[in-house]
Design a protein around this ligand. Structure first.
Ligand SMILES: Cc1cc2nc3c(=O)[nH]c(=O)nc-3n(C[C@H](O)[C@H](O)[C@H](O)COP(=O)(O)OP(=O)(O)OC[C@H]3O[C@@H](n4cnc5c(N)ncnc54)[C@H](O)[C@@H]3O)c2cc1C
Length: 452
């Protein structure tokens, strides 16, 4: 271990920060993870992870990476009672093109987000050279000699400056609320270019108890909007503890209400009433909560003309997506692997940032295309308009959606793209192109027509 790999600081203790800290523990003598929330010993919600009260899907690739970094994690989640859902075999999926036949393409573990983060954090805390500083907020960067040399901190809830932390490498994993653009300007760097594409989408979510003996032959419901004609999506997934998470989503400012009647009315107005019929007499376990910070947001650090050495940004702080497509955590996991690969390939920490950011941006490129391409179908989406290329692409995607409803191979490819095991370009490979050009796509008539 060279002196320059003595100490790494990770800012932010959500999934990006946790996975990155795990990777850095293999490359640095000591790793400190600074999280501004106070962290409970047991599974609990916390202010910095407000999104955890809404549906979170971790695609297979993300889980695979987390399992690789923390072997045994998957078994631990299963032992905690996390259900398994085969996609779409165990689901009733009403896509924008119609009902999807129940082929078996992939498998999801449908844990609550709080359980996932707690499980990963508990495992990280057992690593000898990792220290978790909870209840401590990073307030700025320390800099010198063209490099970031550490962070300023303060105890959460106090105005007094806390002890600064010196570091050989600092990584920002503070998510959408990241203050890196302001921190950089304070130490003399130029303004950061940013892209914001906002579909004005809101969530409202609630947990229900799964009624005893409930067994209609499916485990999950996913009813998508048909943009631009309809704006409303709804999902019901099982979670550990015998409960459902129900999330309702409305784009173009058609926000789902958080009052009892309004929530049910919104569910009733989805393209199928089945979700409403399933929850109308179920026992609610939590209040209805909302969330509206859902824009696609890129900060173009890879394009900066100057950049401080030994400072990296990852996860949502670098690129956040409209969460409706469930890609943020898997991108965060892929970027943790990218960090590992960059550190293994070259010992020069001074050159790390440019290499890492370029590759992390590549991890985000496919999901960005998927999310913004869909969001730009609404003329109300802020920050961009669908040009000819996007409109042509979307027309082709409509055709692929219709095919995926009836063709197991195309369904598999489509799910792989959503799950980040395939690039969006793979939807243009000859096997799919040929089917898109020639196949008949008589759509299933309804749920009764969807034998698993
Ligand atoms: C409503 C919603 C639903 C989503 N659903 C999905 C889904 O189904 N599938 C999926 O893959 N992704 C989903 N996402 C995205 C997912 O939550 C994020 O991609 C994931 O949490 C990784 O983000 P992150 O760790 O980079 O940042 P975050 O999760 O935002 O975490 C940032 C952390 O940094 C801490 N912090 C912030 N500022 C400071 C500071 N100054 N000092 C110290 N600590 C600080 C915060 O307290 C927090 O713990 C969803 C997001 C939302 C909003």
């Amino acid at each position: 271990m060279t002196r320059s790999r003595e100490h790494a600081v990770v800012i932010g203790g959500s999934l990006s920060g946790l996975l990155a800290a795990r990777v850095l523990a293999d490359h640095f003598a000591e790793v400190t993870l600074v999280e501004r929330d106070r962290l409970a010993e047991a599974v609990a919600s916390r202010p910095g992870l407000g999104q955890a009260r809404h549906l979170h899907v971790l695609w297979n690739r993300g889980l695979e990476i987390a399992e690789g970094l923390f072997p045994g994690l998957e078994d631990e989640l299963l032992a905690a009672g996390v259900p398994e859902v085969r996609v779409p075999a165990d689901m009733l999926w009403l896509s924008s093109a119609g009902w999807r036949r129940r082929f078996a393409s992939t498998r999801l573990l449908t844990f609550s987000r709080d359980l996932l983060d707690w499980s990963v954090r508990a495992r990280l805390a057992k690593i000898g050279n990792v220290r978790v500083l909870a209840g401590r907020e990073v307030t700025g960067l320390l800099a010198g000699g063209g490099a970031v040399t550490g962070v300023e901190t303060r105890e959460r809830g106090t105005a007094e400056a806390g002890e600064p932390l010196a570091a050989d490498l600092v990584l920002d994993a503070t998510g959408r609320v990241s203050k890196t653009p302001a921190w950089l300007e304070r130490i003399g760097y130029p303004a950061v270019r940013q892209t914001l594409i906002d579909p004005l989408l809101g969530y409202a979510s609630r947990n229900y108890a799964v009624p005893p003996g409930f067994d209609p032959g499916w485990k999950a419901l996913y009813f998508q909007a048909k943009p631009p004609h309809t704006t409303r999506t709804g999902a019901l997934f099982p979670q550990e503890g015998g409960r459902w998470i129900v999330s309702l989503f409305g784009a173009a400012e058609d926000y789902p209400p958080t009052d009892e009647d309004g929530f049910l009315e919104f569910a009733k107005s989805l393209r199928s009433p089945l979700l409403y019929e399933t929850i109308r007499d179920a026992e609610p376990l939590t209040p209805i909560v909302s969330y509206r910070r859902t824009s696609n947001h890129r900060r173009h650090y890879e394009r900066m003309s100057t950049w401080p050495k030994r400072f990296l940004v990852t996860g949502d702080a670098l690129c956040a997506f409209n969460p409706l497509y469930g890609q943020g955590m898997t991108v965060a996991a892929k970027s943790a692997l990218t960090l590992d690969a960059c550190l293994r390939a070259d010992g020069d920490l001074d050159a790390l940032a440019r290499r890492f950011h370029r590759r992390a941006v590549r991890n985000a490129a496919g999901p960005w295309l998927v999310a913004t391409g869909e969001d730009l179908r609404y003329s109300t989406t802020k920050g961009g308009t669908a040009g000819v290329q996007t409109r042509v692409l979307n027309r082709y995607v409509d055709r692929v959606q219709a095919l995926a409803n009836v063709d197991p191979r195309v369904c598999g490819r489509f799910v792989d793209v959503l799950g980040l095991t395939a690039q969006p370009q793979s939807l243009f490979l000859p096997d799919v192109l040929w089917r898109a050009a020639t196949a008949r796509t008589r759509q299933p008539a309804g749920p009764a027509d969807l034998a698993p």
